[in-house]
Write a protein that binds this ligand. Structure first.
Ligand code: LLP
Length: 416
């Protein structure tokens, strides 16, 4: 089931030796396994197969249109959080009806684009947003299908920077206000209430908080139904965790099992918005060793990708497992650092790693989610290329940026 594995001494993605990809496409390079993505999607489909469920892949985790197409072809919907992601989702071939538009700060322009393209669901995060969507929908002679994202005030016990379901977070409508906002929605023109939603955080290894929050939301749904508001969907968001180090993430199936009976009773369809669970383990970032040096009793391995290519270690102290493309027996404790002029630019700290030398390449694993998606051009490093491996087939799904790409928009601005 794992996308990356050794055969003999050589690290492979599916049936492709990674050293071959490095020869052809250089580093830094993102590589994804198509079959991992398919399997993760199918696994969720089976887990949630007991009742009607829409799996809306969260584009923010990896927005490449070819990854999107892979999932759209399997019948997935999409969760988008900006006009740009909506644009990508449509290009990737997702059915607009199966697109959920979420996000705390949707601009008028983005709302109009979403209305024009016929997205299936707006996930509303504030009263003002609800009013704005109503006005814009009315002026376009359209009806907006909405659900209200309720903030259940439940601690998901994950990294504080990716917790979203606490009252102190900016997300959703506080649960105490939800009923009032629903009642308001009933009175607004061009608004059709179709659901209720939540998303409490990401990389949730323990899924009890999700079940607890979903039950709170279902209580709310029951209350709404009793007051005569018709609901079709409950959207429990994303957040299913993956194994980065030594976590043992709970199986999403327990959420399905825990909610099944109530969903049936209330005749609600489920929406889930998984991102990381599908894209995370599918991808690795390949980066080559430039130099090694010792300083202050520490050994540094300096590689050609840093926080510009993968910011998770610098931003969240995130752990990513590292394996050399050619197996090495001798180990040592090192910091793996990038070329960026920032002390926080590291990929691993005080890590016991196989000893590697300049020109060799290492793979930073579990980098398919929030890897390329959060990459930048900081220090004017062109963004990496991306490769999709499918069995023994190799496809370049995004070219490496060039220096010309770095300045193109600046040159065009001068022309105006
Ligand atoms: N739905 C909503 C409304 C979200 O805000 C998110 C993620 C998802 C779905 C997908 O969550 P997932 O299944 O991938 O956990 N950059 C951070 C993660 C930020 C997650 C933001 N929201 C990281 O690298 O860990």
């Amino acid at each position: 089931d794992t996308a990356f594995h050794y055969r003999g001494d050589t690290l492979y993605c599916e049936d492709v030796p990674l050293v071959d990809l490095v020869k052809e496409y250089q580093t830094p390079l993102y590589v994804y396994s198509a079959n991992y993505i398919r399997n993760a999607y199918q696994k969720l489909k089976e887990s949630f197969g007991g009742f009607p469920t829409k799996i809306c892949y969260s584009l923010k985790s990896n927005p490449n249109i070819w990854i999107g197409k892979l999932l759209a072809d399997l019948g997935a919907g999409a969760d988008v959080t900006s006009g740009g992601e909506l644009f990508r989702a449509l290009k990737a071939g997702f059915n607009p009806e199966d697109i959920v538009f979420a996000g705390v700060g949707k601009s008028s322009r983005e709302i109009v684009e979403a209305l024009r393209s016929g997205v299936g669901l707006f996930s509303i995060e504030s009263e003002q947003e609800l009013r704005k969507i109503s006005e814009l929908a009315q002026s376009l002679n359209r009806v907006a299908n909405i659900s209200i994202r309720v903030n259940p005030n439940i601690d998901p016990h994950t990294h504080e920077k990716i917790t979203t379901g606490l009252r102190s977070n900016k997300f959703g409508v506080p649960i105490e206000e939800a009923l009032r906002v629903y009642q308001l929605a009933c009175t607004l023109p061009a608004i059709r209430i179709v659901g209720i939603g939540m998303h409490i955080g990401s990389q949730l290894v323990n899924l009890d908080p999700v079940i607890q929050a979903a039950n709170t939301i279902l209580d709310m749904a029951e209350e709404l139904i009793n007051t005569g508001i018709r609901l079709e969907y409950i959207d429990i968001g994303g957040g299913f965790g993956i194994k980065y180090k030594d976590e043992s993430p709970e199986d999403p199936e327990i959420v399905a099992k825990a909610l099944e009976r109530r969903l049936r009773d209330l005749k609600l369809k489920l929406i889930i918005e998984p991102g990381r669970f599908i894209s995370g383990p599918s991808g690795a970032l390949l980066t080559s060793v430039l130099y090694t040096k010792t300083s202050g009793g520490k050994k540094f391995v300096i590689v050609d990708a840093g926080m510009n290519a993968l910011i998770r270690p610098a931003l969240y102290d995130a752990y990513h497992h590292i394996q050399p493309l050619v197996r090495r027996d001798k180990t040592e404790i090192v910091d793996v650092v990038g070329p960026i002029c920032e002390s926080s630019d590291y990929l691993a700290k005080d890590r016991l790693l196989p000893q590697v030398f300049p020109t060799e390449t290492i793979a930073i694993l579990q980098a398919g989610a929030y890897g390329f998606a959060m990459a930048s051009e900081y220090n004017s490093h062109p963004r990496p290329a991306e490769i999709l491996v499918d069995g023994n087939k190799v496809r370049l799904i995004r070219k490496r940026q060039t220096y010309e790409d770095l300045i193109r928009l600046e040159l065009e601005a001068e022309d105006l």
